[in-house]
Design a protein around this ligand. Structure first.
Ligand code: RTP
Ligand code: MG
Length: 141
């Protein structure tokens, strides 16, 4: 059994749709625990830094503009295989391809406005947690 931590971000579209609680229910029902959380309006520099890995991609500007279009809800999820479990709960990047019952299938409108972000590896999870939270702000045992 591997207890991991991962970053989840509820993106501006899902915050605006008022489905933070419904998305938290997916995490909790799957055995993932919220051990840190903050609502935040990202600055352009924060969003560019967070998605720096994509900075040469054609969709980078649209992605950054979308991520700063309203507040996001950022949380650290802790639990068994948290990184992969969160990605499974999220569903495919393009909601049209996301499996039925996943967060993106149920709450996302398009590949740009796709409701949630999740760390894609344990290594990136550690980097992303440190990007948004001080160690003292994470409450998992
Ligand atoms: P995320 O990082 O937000 O959790 O999404 P992801 O891993 O499923 O997808 P990723 O490849 O990391 O892409 C980051 C975000 O960029 C937008 N995107 N647009 N138009 C396109 O082809 C395209 N590809 C990616 C999506 O909004 C995606 O969530
Ligand atoms: Mg990604």
């Amino acid at each position: 059994m591997t207890i991991e931590r991962t970053i989840s971000i509820i993106k501006p579209d899902a915050v605006a749709k008022n489905v933070i609680g419904k998305i938290y229910d997916r995490f909790e029902s799957a055995g993932l625990k919220v051990v840190a959380a903050k609502m935040k309006q990202l600055s352009r520099a924060e969003a560019e830094g967070f998605y720096a890995v994509h900075k040469e991609r054609p969709f980078f500007n649209d992605l950054v503009n979308f991520m700063i279009s309203g507040p996001v809800m950022i949380q650290v999820l802790q639990g068994e295989n948290a990184v992969l479990k969160n990605r499974e709960l999220m569903g495919a990047t393009n909601p049209k391809e996301a499996a039925a019952g996943t967060i993106r299938a149920d709450f996302a409108a398009s590949i740009d406005a796709n409701a949630v972000h999740g760390s894609d590896s344990l290594e990136n999870a550690a980097i992303e947690i440190a990007y948004f939270f001080a160690a003292s702000e994470v409450y998992g045992a």
